[in-house]
Design a protein around this ligand. Sequence first.
Ligand code: F6R
Length: 252
Amino acid sequence: MSERIDTSVATHRPRILVMPDAPLADAHVAERIAAYLARESRPVLGLATGRTMVPVYAALRERFVQGRLSFAEAESFNLDEYCGLLAEDPSSFASYMRRHLFDHVDMAPGRYHLPDPQAPDAFEAQIARAGGIGLQLLGIGRNGHIGFNEPGAARDSRTRIVRLEESTRRANAGDFPQGAVLPTHAVTMGISTILEARSIVLLAIGAGKADSLARAFDGPVGPACPASFLQLHGDVTVVCDAAAASRLEETT
Ligand code: F6R
C-alpha cells in the first residue's frame, strides 16, 4: 500500500507520559477518567475494550465501591463491536463492558451504547445528540489501529463496518473459546468520529506496543498507521510504561 501523506495540515505532538510501571499508568488513566466525571455535569465518555483496559476498569470499579466516583450523570459510547455476535455472547464487547464495568457501577442501562452493525449511522447521531464525546479512551493495536480502524482507514472515515486484519483476529483469539470461528468483520467508530472527541487519552503498555507508538507519533500522518491521525488532534495524552515508550524519539 502506498502511503498518502497530507502535508497541508498542522500536526501536534501529544503529551507523552511515561510512567514507572504498568500499574501506575493504569491508575493514572483511571484518575483522569475520575477527574473528568467529577468535573463535568453531563460527562460523555468514549470507551475502549481490550486487555490493556482491564486494569483501568478494575481501578474505576474500586473507586466506585469506595464512593469516590459516580457514573450517574454519564453517558458512554464504545469504539467498536464485532459483527455476527449477539450482545449476550461472552466474547462480545458488550459482554466485556458489562463484566468489567457496567454491571458494577451506577450507570443506567440506557446510557451506554455500543455501535450496532445494523445501524452505524444511528450511532453517530446518538453521539451528536449526547453533545459529542468529551473524553475518548483509546488503546492501540500492534499494527497501529485505533478502534478497529485498520491500516488503510481514511482520515474522513466514520462509524462503519470494516474487515479485520488477520493479525488483529490472531491477537484477539484469546477472547474466544478454543475452536470458535472468529468474526471477520467489526463495526467501529471512524477516524473522523474519534478526532471529534474533545480530549483523547491513549494507553499503551508493554514492548509489543513500542513499534506502533513510534510509528503513530514519530512517523508521517497517513492511513498506513491509523493512530498517526491523532497527530491532527490538539488534545491527546499518551500514557504508557517504559517498554511501550522505548522506541519513541522524545517523551514529555
Ligand atoms: C478495543 C479497540 C482496540 C484495542 C487494541 C488494543 O475497543 O478498539 O483498538 O484498543 O486492539 O488491544 P489490547 O489492549 O488487547 O492490546
